[in-house]
Write a protein that binds this ligand. Structure first.
Ligand code: NAD
Length: 366
């Protein structure tokens, strides 16, 4: 048996535990059929943690997260906690994980399985087989830069300030992640900023160019202004492999790219931190969707975003690209065979519950 490392499962709230149940089945399958195991722990986060001990994530859970090679996260958010003060909202559990694990790189793939090309808001031939990765800087830029705030000008008017700020170090580390990731893909990086009108854009371009030239000469690097990138994502999305960009532009461009894929229930994500001992990065893998209280407990949740997030963990946290490819291929086959949860249902296709979809993926894996 090959034990790959330590996993912390945090199912969270709403449909989180339902989709995490399908990851647990996959873990069972990997142990039984591949002899691949993990040291697995599970704990509470979000509303579930608030209910148990009054905090959206306990210090003991944070310790487990720091000790893990990868955190597999479901979703947080529960209507009963909506009126809580800010620091007691379920979402604070996720924010603390991101902050305390130093997760500065957010990976949002936009993949379109051929069977779902019709579900995209773009023409099927533009997105059929799409496989791009948007890498967003997550802990710097205009969402954190100082000074920030709203000041009273004293004459009935106010003035609001946000500051876009990036240091060489912040740009270097996200650039390195982009180049490294591209080597596991098609080997092309598009760096996106607005060097035409922003000083942070000028520094961004300068630093990414230097890191690429000095450390990753084998990767093909190009540059694009963010407004043009937004257009190109809608016009011809398949031209990209890895897009690396700052926090603000990444927020917008990853959501735009997501729409090409059709459904929230199909979108995985990963967040990576600094390189630690043994050459591994701290990492957290989670579906893009939330806790979906409107469908929780009804067996309607699509587990594929969660399973695809776990496939990202296999690829990026444990260097098991082959296994990740097989999980993704099994998902593509299940969709080809017509299995659909309600969110991706199309006329004439086979209705599946959350558990049936998970079972179909395992059956496809063999
Ligand atoms: P949501 O993503 O939970 O749901 C939006 C819509 O998409 C809903 O109609 C839902 O039924 C559907 N949906 C989402 N995931 C699905 C899946 N796997 N299968 C089928 N349908 C799916 O977003 P929301 O409704 O804005 O927020 C609900 C709660 O989740 C809130 O408390 C919010 O704060 C929280 N939230 C958490 C995260 C996170 O944990 N990372 C992200 C977004 C929202």
């Amino acid at each position: 048996m090959a034990r790959l490392g330590k996993l912390l499962l945090l199912p969270g709230d709403g449909i989180g535990p339902e989709v995490m149940a399908e990851v647990k089945k996959l873990l069972g399958w990997l142990a039984e059929h591949e002899g691949t195991t993990f040291a697995v722990e599970e704990d509470l986060v979000g509303g579930a943690a608030l209910d148990a001990h009054g905090s959206p994530i306990a210090d003991s859970t944070m310790e487990k997260a720091k000790a893990a090679d990868a955190v597999i996260f479901g979703a947080v958010g529960a209507t009963k906690h909506d009126a809580n003060p800010f620091h007691l909202k379920p979402e604070q559990g996720l924010l603390r994980l991101r902050k305390d694990l130093g997760l500065f790189a957010n990976l949002r793939p936009a993949m379109v399985f051929p069977a779902l090309a019709d579900a995209s808001s773009l023409k099927p031939d533009l997105v059929d087989g799409l496989d791009i990765l948007i890498l967003r800087e997550l802990t710097g830029g205009v969402y954190f830069g100082e000074p920030r705030g709203i000041e009273d000008l004293g004459d009935g008017r106010k003035r609001a300030i946000d500051t876009q700020v990036y240091t060489t170090t912040e740009i270097e580390r996200i650039a390195r992640v982009a180049f490294e990731l591209s080597k596991k893909r098609a080997g092309r990086v598009t760096s996106v900023e607005k060097a035409n009108v922003m000083h942070t854009g000028i520094l961004w371009r300068e630093v990414v160019t230097r890191v690429g030239r000095d450390e990753f000469p084998e990767v093909e690097l190009s540059h694009m202004y963010a407004d043009n990138c937004a257009m190109q994502l809608i016009r011809r999305p398949k031209q990209f492999d890895v897009i690396v960009t700052d926090n603000l532009f990444g927020d917008l461009l990853s959501d735009a790219a997501a729409m090409a894929t059709g459904s929230l229930g199909m979108l995985p994500s990963a967040s990576l931190g600094a390189l630690g001992g043994g050459g591994r990065r701290k990492s957290l893998f989670e579906p893009v969707h939330g806790s979906a209280p409107d469908i929780a407990g009804q067996g309607k949740a699509n587990p594929l975003a969660m399973l695809l997030s776990f496939a990202m963990a296999l690829r990026y946290a444990f260097d098991q690209g082959g296994l990740a490819d097989r999980v993704e291929a099994a998902i593509a086959s299940v969709l080809d065979r017509g299995w659909r949860t309600p969110d991706i249902m199309q006329p004439g296709k086979r209705a599946a519950t959350t558990a049936q979809m998970g079972d179909a993926v395992l059956a496809e894996l063999g």
